[in-house]
Design a binder for this molecule. Structure first.
Ligand code: ADP
Ligand code: MG
Length: 529
């Protein structure tokens, strides 16, 4: 017996435990099957929401909070998913949301379909490595196809309006049309953009229930969730000099201790008087500088607020740091940390500041700032649920318009791009050898799921629709399934103004391929209990 053989014998006699007894392990076919099923199940959950005729989901949390939405990322985010492979689909949607802000449902569906196709390929004994290679090859072909699908039109306001509208059609936006919201969104981007830099961060969205969603409007400035420090302050100030402070307009806590180690009534009176003087001095410094509106990130003592109100100054205390930065950026004010250091140069300017009360909420509108452009889309809606969904639709639209401004490329929507991509992958798959060809073609079949799902969701027969789409694509080079009323018709999406940013499609292909191939490669799941 050789040395190594005897070593093995010894090991064989005493089984070596490398995992704790509590851990669970599934390998090979079982592991793959479980991962693929979980991934497919999650992707299946968002399928019915795709496209303008997609349905909504009602999500109820443990504590009874209800969210009604059509937004893939939101649905997946709210679902309490525990299976690790299923969680990877959620990550696909999150990545898509972070990178582009739209196309989350598309990406999740595509991932599920790639897994579904992989399941069939496994049945046909295609090795995981071959599947992965085939998917990567197909993804490269898809990326090239998307580049070539980009329309050769100039990305002007008309195109941006169409992109915005396409991203919002079918969302539960209450009484307001997608056209109206699209024009608010494009106005917002046009106000702050810098050539191909959309300046997305300069656009805020502030929502407030209590009026029809048709009242949603663009405010050329910022809106803060703040009320005036004193009721007697003016509700509206025009042509205002603005101070932005990080100063506590109250008696300093340190001073209080010193002041109260007093031994006589006289001393106490003196202490209180000096306190009063200190507070009055704050208000006087502000008034003497000619400040009309003051914002501070610290507390404003009621007495200081009363002095300021008497002088006709509007003041807001306890601002968040980011709100203070926003006000400073919009008005051109410098943030000042010490009142002794402030001078006229630190002040900003704004055309108008006013406060408005909505039910219990008070909002401050800061409009027409002298410095950088900052705009806010003020979202209205009859109820909280409507406002939330309008806000999600607006954010999607802001993201697609920004992506279009940045990348300067749009592709036909309504499934037309997917039909073209799948067609291209199939054509190029002829040159791929062996079983890998099966895998490349399977990728094309997965892409077909997007137009097929659009058809299903609009009540059309999915098989007929795919046949019609392919025939029309063959004949005219461009065929989408345009939602019309209660059904859908095969037509040219460009003529119907249904356009998506190329970046949405690129990212969806990329992230879905990454997630699906990662799941396919796994043949062992070891979980600690
Ligand atoms: P995602 O989360 O993937 O963005 P959506 O529910 O927003 O999902 O649906 C997007 C799909 O709907 C895109 O493929 C887009 O081209 C398509 N679409 C948008 N408007 C129309 C329309 N009027 N008719 C048909 N399809 C449309
Ligand atoms: Mg969308």
């Amino acid at each position: 017996m050789s040395e190594s053989e005897s070593a093995q014998r010894r090991l064989g006699e005493q089984p070596m435990l490398i995992l704790s007894e509590d851990s669970e392990r599934t390998s090979g076919r079982d592991a793959r099957q479980s991962n693929i099923s979980a991934g497919k199940a999650v992707s299946e959950a968002v399928r019915t929401t795709l496209g303008p005729r997609g349905m909504d989901k009602m999500l109820v949390s443990d504590d009874g909070d209800v969210v009604i939405t059509n937004d893939g990322a939101t649905i997946l985010d709210e679902m309490d998913i525990e299976h690790p492979a299923a969680d990877m689909i959620v990550e696909v949607a999150e990545t898509q949301e972070e990178e582009i802000g739209d196309g989350t449902t598309t990406a999740a569906i595509l991932t599920g379909q790639l897994l579904d196709q992989a399941e069939d390929l496994f049945e046909d004994d295609v090795h995981p490595t071959t599947i992965v290679e085939g998917y990567h090859t197909a993804a490269e072909i898809a990326a090239e196809a998307i580049e070539e699908l980009a329309l050769e039109t100039e990305i002007d306001e008309d195109v941006l309006l169409k992109v915005a509208k396409s991203s919002m059609t079918g969302k539960g936006t209450g009484g307001v049309t997608a056209e109206r919201l699209a024009s608010v969104v494009v106005d917002a981007v046009d106000t702050v953009r810098d050539e191909t830099d959309p300046n997305r961060d300069s656009i805020k969205v502030q929502s407030q229930a209590g009026a029809s969603s048709a009242a949603t409007e663009l405010v050329e400035g910022i809106i803060l969730d703040e009320e005036a420090a004193n009721d007697a302050m003016p509700a509206r100030v025009t042509d205002a000099d603005v101070a932005v402070l990080d100063v506590e307009l109250a008696v300093k806590t340190g001073d209080v201790d010193a002041e109260y180690s007093v031994e006589s009534v006289d001393q106490l009176t003196a202490a209180m008087e000096s306190e009063e003087e200190e507070l009055k001095a704050y208000a006087e410094t502000i008034r003497d500088l000619g400040v009309d509106v003051v914002f501070t990130t610290e507390e404003i003592d009621d007495r200081v607020a009363a002095y300021l109100a008497r002088d006709g100054v509007l003041a807001f205390g306890d601002l968040s740091g980011s709100d203070a930065t926003a006000v400073a950026n919009a008005t051109g004010a410098a943030r000042v940390g010490d009142l002794d250091d402030i001078d006229a140069e630190d002040l900003g300017f704004v055309e108008e500041v006013h406060t408005e009360t909505f039910d219990e909420d008070e909002l401050a509108f800061i409009e027409g700032g002298a410095a950088a452009e900052a705009v806010t889309i003020f979202v209205r809606g009859g109820t909280e649920h409507v406002v939330d969904e309008v806000e999600r639709a607006i954010n999607d639209a802001l993201d697609v318009v920004s992506a279009t401004v940045r990348t300067d490329a749009v592709v036909p929507g309504a499934g037309a791009s997917e039909i073209a991509i799948a067609d291209r992958i199939r054509a190029e798959s002829d040159a791929v050898e062996g079983r890998k060809q099966l895998s490349v073609r399977a990728f094309a079949d997965a892409i077909d799921a997007i137009p097929r799902t659009l058809a299903e969701n609009s009540g059309a027969d999915p098989i007929d629709a795919l046949v019609d789409l392919r025939a029309e694509h063959e004949a005219s080079g461009r065929a989408g399934l345009i939602a019309e009323g209660r059904s859908a018709e095969v037509a040219d999406p460009v003529e119907h103004g249904v356009l998506d940013p190329a970046a949405v499609k690129q990212e969806a292909v990329k992230s879905a391929t990454e997630a699906a191939t990662m799941i396919v490669r796994i043949d062992d799941v070891i979980s600690a209990e």
